[in-house]
Write a protein of this length. Structure first.
Length: 134
């Protein structure tokens, strides 16, 4: 169903040929489905490399409950470099990429972080964030 009003016309014909119809409108409220992304650092100082960066995603369904078992995909895109991905199933609504390391020689600048998940209902969620290496 789409958000807002959804109108359906229901028609029936019985074996004797009698016909009836009715119109029903269902209102679907706004979904509480959310995917949030927490990045453990805003800025990584090149002088402190190697440095660990922890990415945590929280997945909530349409009614706001934490979702277990949903596959969460993290993507990290350093400037002018290929994207690294990591997939993990959410436990208690949370998924974590805890062994991401920015090493000496890695690109400086703004790194794009993307997280995505598809709920059991088929709703696709995505959230983006960034951190810098300076």
């Amino acid at each position: 169903l789409d958000m807002g009003s959804n109108t359906f016309v229901i028609r029936v014909i019985d074996p004797a040929g009698n016909r009836a119809s009715t119109r029903v409108t269902l209102d679907r409220g706004e979904s509480a489905a959310r995917l949030t992304l927490d990045i453990s650092v805003d800025t990584v100082d090149v002088a402190t490399l190697p440095a660990a960066v922890i990415l945590t995603a929280t997945v909530r369904d349409e009614v706001g409950h934490l979702v277990d078992g949903v596959e969460v995909t993290f993507g990290v895109s350093p400037p002018d470099s290929s994207t690294a991905t990591y997939r993990v199933a959410a436990e208690d609504g949370r998924a974590r990429w805890s062994d991401l390391t920015v090493a000496a020689g890695d690109a400086t600048g703004v790194w794009l972080v993307t997280v995505s998940a598809t709920l059991p209902s088929g709703v696709e969620l995505r959230q983006d964030g960034t951190f810098s290496v300076e």
